[in-house]
Design a protein around this ligand. Sequence first.
Ligand code: HBI
Ligand code: FE
Length: 285
Amino acid sequence: MLLQTTVELHGKAGGYVPDRPDWTIPQDWDTYRPAEHDVWRTLYQRQIKQVKGRACADFMAGLDRLNIADEIPRFERLNDILHAATGWQVVAVPGLVPDEVFFEHLANRRFPAGQFIRRADQLDYLQEPDVFHDVFGHVPMLMHPVMADFIQAYGQGGLRAKALGALEPLARLYWYTVEFGLVFEAGEVRIFGAGILSSYSETPYALESPVPNRIAFDLERVMRTRYRIDDFQETYFVLPDLERLLNFTQEDFAPLYARVLNQPTLEAGDVIAGDDVVHLSVPMP
Ligand code: HBI
Ligand code: FE
C-alpha cells in the first residue's frame, strides 16, 4: 500500500525473515479468538450502513455474494466463490510485503490479504492493511471481471515500471483507483476504492465533504499526483465508468512514464489548469 517504506513499515520490521519466499503464511482460521470475530462483526455492521447508497453497484453485488457479515471469513470458503467468479484467490500474508512480492502475487491473480485483524481500540485507524481492509475493501471488487483484469495488469506492469524508474507514477494510478477511486454511475458519483470503502469516516467524507477536490479522471494527471498516506485524501479522481480501467491494461505506459517523469510532480491538493472539477450537487434550501 505504501511506497518505498514498505519493508520498514512492516509490523515485524527490522530483519523479519519470511518463512516462504512469497511471504504467504497459513491463515490459521481456528486461532482467531472470539474477540477478534467480534471486531470483524462490529466493523462489518458499521460499514455496511456507510457503503449503502455510496458504493458503486458492482461493489455491493460482490459483497452480497461473499456472505461475510458474521465472522472473519475463512479464505478457503471465500476462494471457492472468488475463484469461480474471476479466477482470483486470496492468500494470507503478515501485513505489507515488498513491492516485488506484491506484484508477483497480483500478476498471478492472488491477492495478498493481511491475516491479522485490528484491535477493538483501533477500529478507525491503522497503518497496515488488515484482513478487514483487504477482504471487505478489496475482494468485492475482485469479483468484477474488469477489476480482476486491471489488478492483474498492475502486477504485471509493476516490475517493468520499477525497471523504468516509474514505480511512483504507477503506484499513484493504483492508489487513485483501486484504493481511493470514485466512479460515475447513473449521473451520480459513487465509490469503488477499497481504502475508502473500508473506512467508516472516509466513506461519507469522500462523497459529501466540501473539503477535498473531485477531479474527472485523467491518466497523466493522476500519475503526476502525490497522495496522502496519513490522512483523508485531498483529491479524489472520478472515472467515467469502471470499464475505462481496461483501456489502461492495453496501453504501453513507457511513453507516458517518460512524459510524467519530465513534468513537475503535483501535490495532493493541487488543482491545475485543465482539471475538470466535479462539483457536488447542492440541495436547494
Ligand atoms: N503489501 N500486503 C500488501 N498490500 C499492499 O497493498 C501493498 C503491499 N506491498 C507493496 C504495496 N502495496 C505498494 O507499495 C505497491 O502497490 C507499489
Ligand atoms: Fe488496499
